[in-house]
Design a protein. Sequence first.
Length: 319
Amino acid sequence: MSRRVELAAAIPAVAAGQRLDQVLAELFPEYSRSRLQQWIRSGAVLVDGLPRKGKDRVLGGEQVAIAAELEEDTGVLAQDIALTIVYADHDLLVIDKPAGLVVHPAAGNPDGTLQNALLHYDPQLATVPRAGIVHRLDKDTSGLLVVARNLTAHQSLVAQLQARSVKREYLAVTWGLLVTGGTVDAPIGRHSTDRKRMAVTSFGKPAITHYRIEERFRAHTLVRVNLETGRTHQIRVHMAYIRHPLLGDPVYGGRPRPPAGMSAPARAAVQGFARQALHATRLSLRHPVSGEILEWHAPLPTDMVELIRALEDDVDAVE
């Protein structure tokens, strides 16, 4: 079973010098890199009207057009993995993803992912790019994630994400005491030496993060974060950039150093928290068919509730 796909985009100037296949993966993240490379090899991808190779370097400003047949994705196995489904209709699924669940299969995680679980829940998702997943959460970030159940919904959600009309709100625990809320407006791109990490760089893509204080503890702050853009690791990178990295973040947070005098239970909670303290708590978007604005909320998972309780008890002990 296959469906016709027609895509078009302009290659941004900041992509100058990058490989074509890398640029396409950034322009069309809803499609896997292997699928995009297959389309390039088959001649379905035209750059300024001409076929190119995946390794060719772009100049920036070129027009990309893709006209291809989207074959049913049979490369990802359906697996019976429990899902917490917050909402479901003919067009959408909203999932409350637990920490520890990878979204897409990749090197090191060939299966056991959200995509495997979705294909078991609804086999028809094999006809939708990446089983309908249009945005993702990091493996160790918990919370809300929307899935498109058909191509009409998929196209609508991708367009809404590109237009920045999908509202995503997070709760996070950071190191240090923030004085006030604020906005981080700093471009994010690949780290210059560690390609697995992201960083604030002048060569990155625009990235805007808004945050406000929910609660202060002895040496940490609970913040509510709203994304205006959706770059990889955006909240983690931006909070580290302003020197308030997320508690438990093994990549951007550094070694945990509880303050002197912290109670034993709070110290144990901080040092034992095994992931970045980040939860996608609210999601809002326009329904792709009815046009109705829908909104969902997901309460904090148990591990973050217990962490915050320990930090609150530590403050009470001081007072």
